[in-house]
Design a protein around this ligand. Structure first.
Ligand code: C5P
Length: 221
């Protein structure tokens, strides 16, 4: 079916930030809006894929016509992604927090005059992309993102290897670019075959192009 080249294919997409609790009222977060990940999930669904979108806390609405799972923390996101396997395609777009608070308090941490200021001990979060990229049920196509503020291409290339991805979509998220939280994106596609620079595009257009690139991987065998 030309219009639905991904019919019969299952995709899992992560999107948005994660919120890592400090206590019941406070959390660590980042500036991801979920726009790029949600747009990719929608673009894959438009090509006929059966899409599970695992979204961290975002203010944008759920794309229609696909299965959306809402999570808060990285460990919840990992569990939801693994529950969606087996899949043919994994696109890990979420800005997963690298660290979480080692022992989040189950009561609000109180400020007591004259007492010392609390410090937050952090521990590493699971790397969802790396887990999927090396999984026994690894999807045929595993795609990650690399949001960098320096050495974009070399960092992305290292990520391709380390995380077991087929493609890394790399972007410069330096504040001056306005990409993080914005509506436009300028990405490089890094694969074992080389690097392709895409022009400055709307995030929806990046999504449509990426969905086409994904679909081409299946038709080319
Ligand atoms: O290592 P870094 O965070 O730069 O890698 C970014 C890529 O890895 C993105 O595709 C992101 O969704 C994914 N990632 C992940 N789990 C993490 C950290 C990053 O899936 N804990």
């Amino acid at each position: 079916d030309g219009a639905k080249p991904l019919a019969g294919k299952k995709a899992v997409v992560t999107s948005g930030p994660t919120h890592e609790p400090i206590d019941p009222v406070r959390y660590i977060a980042n500036r991801s809006s979920g726009r790029q990940g949600h747009a990719i999930a929608a673009a894959l669904a438009a090509l006929g894929a059966d899409v599970t979108l695992v979204s961290g806390p975002v203010t944008i609405s759920d794309p229609v016509g696909l299965n959306v799972i809402h999570v808060e923390r990285a460990d919840e996101m990992r569990d939801a992604v693994l529950a969606a396997l087996p899949a043919d395609i994994a696109v890990m777009v979420a800005a997963v927090a690298d660290w979480r608070v080692a022992s989040a308090s189950d009561q609000k941490i109180k400020k007591h005059p004259g007492e010392s200021i609390p410090t937050l001990a952090l521990t590493e979060n699971p790397d969802i992309l790396k887990t999927v990229g090396h999984h026994t049920q690894r999807p045929k196509l595993v795609i990650g993102f690399a949001a960098e503020t320096q050495d974009v291409e070399s960092n992305a290339r290292a990520k391709l290897e380390r995380k077991g991805a087929d493609f890394i979509v790399a972007n410069d998220v330096s504040p001056a670019t306005g990409i993080m939280g914005g509506t436009r994106n300028r990405v490089k596609i890094i694969s074992h075959a080389g690097v392709e620079q895409w022009p400055d595009l709307d995030k929806d257009e990046v999504a449509v192009r990426l969905a086409a690139l994904i679909s081409a991987q299946f038709t080319q065998g």
